[in-house]
Design a protein around this ligand. Structure first.
Ligand code: AMP
Ligand code: MG
Length: 494
């Protein structure tokens, strides 16, 4: 059995969360269990060998030392401020301490109504649970900071949405669930009450290394937080961009201070490169389309900055100036990360000013020819390593004449690379995935799960664990969707 939970966040007091035992369900069954994550967490046993764990992950009985709470937050949703949101369909069981001393929130998502459900049922259909499980684990394997999935359990109860669906509960693990929206709740809704407590807590939980290294003059905790979040957001969104990942609902309540991706509702990866890619059915204006993600995260950071002003300096002008300086770092840090990713993915030693046109041409060709983004980058990788013929790529991707022409210029440019050519090619292999959780694969997983057919989903999850290698059977996992498989719209399905 697990050694136990800590509750540092809940101990901040009743302003921050409300005790919330999960609502029992009639007939829980284990769908998916993440043994690898369990091992990382030092979680002993599993729901299949310990029936009481299955009951606990379904919300039917408490885990030893868990003290379930629902946390409160606010947030800008599609630009409009909602003064009170909160865990409407999630309960935080507590903070899991790993044997090496790391701390992770463990949440049951879909565990029944809470004080923050606002009329919702607090439940989740199987579809969103499977999507989040598959995509968040694949993101982690791709090296993208992300919440994780420990278990998916079906509840045996129906959930009414557009149609009647089967219910499920996801056990979600994250560094923490502190959001920009959590700070907003205290700064904006509560007029500043307790925002200092929250900021000190967030800094000690996520940025204590900065405090320790920091030399005089000591920076206020609020500046450490803002600066740390700025770095996290810049790195995170640059990674999303180069993978063609579209989050879909980048509201401030879905922006974690710890810099992990969270909320996999309407997310999707591009298949063919589309510079305006937007999949979410509720994002009618394309507010959170692929090209807008960096500016959106910049905006989310500015919202955080505004909340922190009173804690930065008593003098309003000075506070604004300090905050602005940090917020202005975002595009600089984003650009630096993005350039680094592009250099790695294109096998360039660095990106110089003249490379801008070469990269733009590559993107233009991908867009004009509707090339599969993942496979196009991987095609370059196999060419660079002289491994094309030994890979399944020729069966999966045909390079059009425009791309072949472009690749000559690219080879010329690579000829002027400084440094170890093998290492550069190795980096290409480690940054250009062969397999991503494509929408049609995720959709198939959801359809199968609805019919309790889990074997293929386990294979999909397992395949996602080594996204930079070729494996036998990759003709199926790595290919672009057929026309009839193409998923162009995604639904939160909450
Ligand atoms: P999301 O769009 O998933 O980020 O959720 C936005 C807000 O709606 C959060 O406060 C959620 O807790 C809440 N919410 C979403 N789905 C449900 C549901 N089925 N029941 C209750 N609250 C929900
Ligand atoms: Mg959310």
């Amino acid at each position: 059995m697990p050694p136990g939970f800590d509750h540092s966040y809940a101990s901040l007091g009743s302003d921050f969360c409300t005790p919330q035992p999960p609502d029992p369900v009639v007939a829980p069954e284990l769908m998916l269990w993440n043994q690898m994550l369990a091992d990382e967490l030092g979680w002993k046993g599993s729901p299949s060998s310990h029936p009481e764990q299955l009951q606990a992950l379904a919300g039917n009985q408490p885990l030893p030392s868990s003290k379930p709470v629902a946390t409160v937050y606010a947030g800008h949703q599609f630009g409009h401020y909602n003064p009170q949101l909160g865990d409407g369909r999630a309960t935080l069981l507590g903070e899991w301490l790993t044997p090496s001393g790391d701390r992770f929130d463990v949440q049951l998502k879909g565990a029944g109504p809470t004080a923050y459900s606002r009329g919702g049922d607090g439940r989740s259909p199987i579809g969103p649970v499977i999507r989040e499980y598959v995509v968040s684990e694949a993101m982690h394997a791709l090296g993208v900071p992300s919440s994780r999935a420990l278990a998916a359990v079906s509840t045996g109860e129906p959930v009414v949405r557009d149609r009647i669906e089967r219910g499920a509960i996801l056990t979600r693990v994250a560094s923490s669930h502190l959001r920009v929206g959590t700070v907003q709740y205290f700064a904006m809704t509560r007029g500043g009450d307790e925002v200092g407590t929250l900021v000190d807590y967030a800094v000690s939980r996520h940025f204590s290394h900065v405090t320790e290294q920091d030399v005089a003059p000591a920076k206020p905790a609020a500046v450490i937080l803002l600066d740390g979040v700025c770095t996290h957001f810049a790195r995170l969104v640059s990674h999303w961009q180069v993978l063609g990942f579209v989050h879909g609902v980048l509201n401030t309540d879905n922006a974690l201070l710890c810099g992990q991706t969270i909320d996999y509702g309407p997310c999707a990866f591009m298949d063919h490169f589309d510079p305006q890619a937007c999949f979410s059915s509720i994002d009618r204006q394309g507010r959170y389309a692929w090209p807008n993600q960096p500016s959106t995260m910049h905006w989310n950071l500015a919202v955080l900055a505004e909340c922190l002003l009173p804690l930065i300096d008593n003098d309003e002008k000075r506070a604004q100036q300090t905050a602005q300086e940090v917020v202005d770092q975002f595009p600089i840090r984003f650009h630096a990360h993005h350039q680094k990713w592009l250099a790695a993915k294109l096998g360039l030693d660095r990106i110089t000013e003249v490379d801008g046109a070469l990269i733009q041409d590559f993107h233009d060709i991908m867009a004009a020819e509707r090339l599969d983004m993942t496979l196009a980058f991987r095609w370059l990788t196999e060419i660079a390593g002289d491994t094309l013929e030994h890979s399944p790529l020729p069966e999966l991707f045909r390079a059009p004449p425009l791309l072949i022409d472009w690749s000559r210029k690219w080879r010329d440019r690579r000829a002027s690379n400084r440094g170890d050519a093998n290492a550069i090619t190795q980096t290409m292999r480690a940054t250009n995935p062969t397999v991503i959780p494509r929408n049609h694969l995720v959709q198939r997983a959801i359809n199968l799960a609805e019919n309790s057919d889990l074997d293929w989903i386990e294979e999909l999850v397992a395949r996602g664990q080594s996204p930079f290698e070729w494996r036998s059977g990759d003709e199926e996992w790595a290919r672009s969707p057929l026309e009839e498989e193409r998923v162009t719209r995604t639904f939160c399905g909450t």
